[in-house]
Ligand binder design. Structure first.
Ligand SMILES: Cc1ncc(COP(=O)(O)O)c(C=O)c1O
Length: 361
């Protein structure tokens, strides 16, 4: 098979990471985040690999939810906070989706909308993120209103941590207290707060449902899991072929505006990946790249279809060799640190023209 620019997805690594979530949160149910097309890994593929390990899936847009429902007719699917009207509420009910209700107006609309099938709702409280979620008063009102409805199967309570990956635990604790103390006055319902960082670093916040995203895809946002235990593995490897290798003289520049200049006689490999494939244009000179599994560094501005790498220290690099832009031996988190971004953004920005290869487990 002829490959120029491609991503490989490793099912074994994905399942390994999901089992790590299980080990970290042995008493909680797992809602795997597969929004944004499974963080760029393919939502349907991720769900297929994980359905026997996790307890459900969550997506952010109605279109993602309806598509996933087609592929997973029997799995639990939660539609996260979005705009809902009465038509959409009925579509959600017809597709047997759990839905997040994040404001009191939508709670009222739901109470007054006759549904063809009953739904489970997850009421979202704002505990400090100040993005989505209800105030304590609206949250309590929404709970009372919806618990009186026959077309509501069950109510869950949830919130989202803003700072779970940071060393200062006070904000996480305050958010946890805010949800759990209000929830306990409203009755006994399943609770959910923990994202990957909280699953790893704040075991006392796991509650009934954990919601791992990035750790399923191999990144530990807290950087606290011991690497020697191989707790998480890269699922996505972004690869491209070397198209050309050339020598440049001292003082010569490489790429647009000749941003990188050769201090000595240098050898440059040109790789078939650019920002139109999802490699970030913000990458600075010195960003690591693997060529034939050996470390080298970006030299020059990333262009639409190409990037250039200083391979002066590597022997025998030639056209047709393979560059790994991130993957097993070079984490997306490390690359992200050179591009002023995070693995989440790198994973979700791989573009359509890049070929996808799904490795069997
Ligand atoms: C509501 C909600 N829960 C859980 C997650 C998972 O977060 P992470 O990928 O950091 O585990 C996200 C992701 O942004 C989210 O929006």
């Amino acid at each position: 098979m002829h490959k120029t620019t491609w991503v490989e997805f490793n099912s074994k690594a994905l399942r390994h990471n999901a089992n790590t979530v299980r080990r970290c949160a042995p008493h909680a149910a797992i809602l795997a985040m597969v929004k944004a097309n499974g963080y760029g890994h393919g939502a349907e593929w991720v769900a297929e690999q994980l359905h026997d390990i996790v307890d459900g899936f969550a997506v952010a847009r109605p279109s993602e939810a309806f598509r996933l429902r087609k592929a997973r007719p029997n799995d639990r699917i939660l539609l996260l906070g979005t705009e809902l009207n009465s038509v959409l509420l009925n579509d959600c009910a017809a597709h047997q989706l759990d839905i997040v209700i994040h404001d009191i107006d939508t709670a009222r609309l739901l109470a007054n909308t006759p549904l063809s099938k009953a739904v489970t709702v997850w009421l979202k409280m704002n505990t400090g993120m100040n993005r989505l979620g209800m105030s304590a008063t609206d949250f309590a009102d929404a709970h009372r209103l919806l618990s009186a409805q026959r077309h509501i199967t069950a109510i869950h309570h949830m919130s989202h941590f803003s700072d779970a990956e940071t060393e200062d635990t006070s904000i996480t604790q305050a958010q946890y207290q805010a949800l759990t103390s209000l929830s306990s006055t409203l009755g006994e319902v399943p609770l959910s707060m923990a994202n990957s960082a909280a699953i790893i670093a704040h075991p006392t916040t796991h509650l009934d449902w954990v919601r791992p995203g990035i750790m399923l895809y191999g990144d530990d946002p807290t950087c606290t899991l011991a690497p020697e235990d191989q707790p998480l593995q890269a699922v996505m490897s972004f690869k491209a072929k070397v198209l050309a290798v050339r020598d440049v003289e001292p003082g010569e520049g490489v790429g647009y505006n000749r941003r990188w200049k050769a201090a000595h006689k240098a050898r440059i490999a040109t790789i078939a990946a650019g920002y139109a494939d999802g490699y970030p244009r913000q990458a600075v000179d010195g960003t690591p790249v693997l060529i034939n599994d050996q470390r080298a560094t970006l030299a020059g501005r990333v262009s639409m279809d190409l990037l250039t790498v200083d391979v002066s220290h590597l022997a025998d690099i030639k056209a047709g060799d393979i560059a790994t832009l991130w993957g097993d031996a070079l984490s997306a988190a490390e690359v992200g640190r050179h591009c002023n971004t995070i693995s989440y953004e790198l994973f979700t920005r791989i573009t359509q023209r890049v070929e996808r290869f799904y490795l069997p487990s």
